[in-house]
Design a protein around this ligand. Structure first.
Ligand code: 5GP
Ligand code: ZN
Length: 121
């Protein structure tokens, strides 16, 4: 895991700004940036700067800060024209987690988008 953290983990590399990436929001412990494969316009990932594998790994003391970033990203997308948003966190591969570094999806919703929330909840 230490090797993955230092060299290979894509979200660690983005958080360390080793990879050119538009940043939407940044706090002491989180960074928010557009998903490379957006399911709707403005789909944003909120990623912990430290390498936690999933949300169980993340200390609860970061909860307020995470909620604050979620709200800031969502408010920005609403101002840009979204009518609502979904907050999704996939934890462990069976739940669809592909990148094994804790993150939350903020998925803006539009009246006629094609995102099917019923496929995940
Ligand atoms: P998961 O299924 O693990 O919750 O979702 C991982 C998300 O990360 C996917 O939606 C995928 O499109 C996104 N992603 C994977 N690699 C990169 C990357 O290098 N840059 C960005 N911006 N998004 C990525
Ligand atoms: Zn990582």
């Amino acid at each position: 895991m230490e090797k993955e953290k230092k060299e290979d983990c894509i979200f660690c590399r983005i958080a360390r700004k080793e990879i050119k990436q538009e940043i939407i929001e940044e706090t002491d412990n989180f960074i928010a940036f557009p998903d490379a494969n957006p399911r709707t316009k403005g789909h944003t990932l909120i990623v912990s700067k430290r390498h936690f594998v999933n949300m169980l790994d993340m200390p609860a003391s970061l909860g307020n800060e995470l909620l604050d970033v979620i709200k800031r990203v969502a408010e920005k997308r609403l101002k840009e024209g979204a009518s609502g948003f979904n907050v999704v966190a996939n934890n462990f591969p069976v739940a669809g987690q592909i990148v094994m570094h804790a993150h939350v999806h903020v998925i803006p919703r539009y009246k006629k988008d094609e995102f099917k929330v019923r496929e995940i909840v």
